[in-house]
Design a protein around this ligand. Structure first.
Ligand SMILES: O=C(O)CCC(=O)C(=O)O
Length: 312
């Protein structure tokens, strides 16, 4: 692997803070603006695309427990975000009714992540609608996400590089998004789709490139949908306990489909193997490598070539 030059002094030009930009939120019941955003590869919030979803009324913890409470579901806790061998591994399983009681009512830090409704509880699909917005949403992969107040789905992008339409059914979420161009500025760990920078207290001394990330932040209310084009980084913070649903569609960009395959077949395989064999050393290597790559991008920036798209 080629060596990437480090730079000694970045203090003259480094940004002083991470700048958060808003995401446009629009009423778009017929999906016309969303079609346009898909063409332009821009994230957008649609406030009323899901207005006719029965889920908005039906998916209370009581009703879900009564209808589907006996299903056994895998659960995750905060260690999901830890580096190393625990990554993506569930903490066990329990009845959905027990999970809902503990998580949504009592506030215990447990989550359901990437829970495939199509395969596990297809009857729940009767409560949602798949919109016609120029994307081929999969009916076989409709994922649900449940969390207690304060839980976090850590910063990542989706490994298969699909386009995602996420609708919040109950509770509010604060969502932070970054463009795919920001991967180096986010110190992406090689062979993974993860970044470990702390977005709540960004440390621009330790992670100077972070100041160049193209950062967006929004709050999604129940009934609102966020469109995330393929490769966009996202972190979800649960302002309230609740559930959301993600519809996924192949990216219209062939290059992203190929990248998705590469991530799944090569990146993921290498990362799993190395995590299994030497988790700590592997994590330390990825951290060092991410820092070197970020430093090289900063170096480019300081030579007058922008790290990512500039804002008005
Ligand atoms: O809702 C969440 O907790 C995370 C959603 C997500 O990561 C996704 O839809 O790709």
């Amino acid at each position: 692997m080629s060596e990437i030059p480090a730079i000694a002094n970045v203090s003259d030009w480094k940004p002083q803070r991470l700048v958060w930009h808003p995401i446009a939120a629009i009423s778009d019941p017929d999906g016309e603006a969303l079609r346009d955003a898909v063409r332009k590869r821009q994230p957008i919030i649609v406030t009323d695309l899901a207005a006719d979803w029965p889920a908005l009324e039906h998916w209370t913890p009581e009703s879900l427990s009564a209808r589907f409470g006996d299903h056994r579901v895998p659960v995750y806790d905060a260690s999901f975000a830890d580096p190393g061998s625990g990554y993506m591994s569930s903490k066990g399983s329990m009845r959905l009714a027990e999970f809902l009681e503990r998580t949504l009512s009592e506030g215990q830090d447990l989550r359901m992540f990437l829970y495939n409704l199509s395969q596990k509880i297809p009857a729940m699909l009767d409560d949602i609608r798949i919109p016609d917005v120029g994307l081929r949403f999969s009916r076989r992969f409709v994922f649900s996400f449940f969390g207690c107040q304060g839980s976090v789905t850590p910063l990542h992008f989706d490994i298969d590089m699909t386009d995602v339409l996420h609708t919040v059914v109950t509770g509010r979420r604060r969502i932070r998004l970054f463009s795919p161009d920001s991967s180096q500025a986010l110190y992406q760990h090689p062979f993974t789709v993860r970044s470990y920078v702390n977005l709540s207290q960004p440390d621009l001394d330790e992670f100077p490139a972070l100041g160049y990330a193209e950062a967006y932040e929004c709050v999604l209310e129940p009934g609102q949908s966020l469109y995330m084009p393929s490769g966009w980084w996202h972190e979800f913070y649960y302002l309230d306990a609740g559930v959301g649903v993600s519809l996924r569609a192949p990216s219209p960009l062939w290059i992203d489909r190929l990248k998705g395959l590469r991530n799944l077949l090569i990146g993921n395989a290498v990362d799993r193997l190395a995590n299994y064999s030497a988790p700590r050393r592997w994590f330390a290597w990825k951290t060092r490598r991410a820092a070197k790559i970020a430093a090289a991008r900063i170096h480019q920036k300081s030579n007058g070539r922008p790290l990512c798209a500039e804002h008005d």
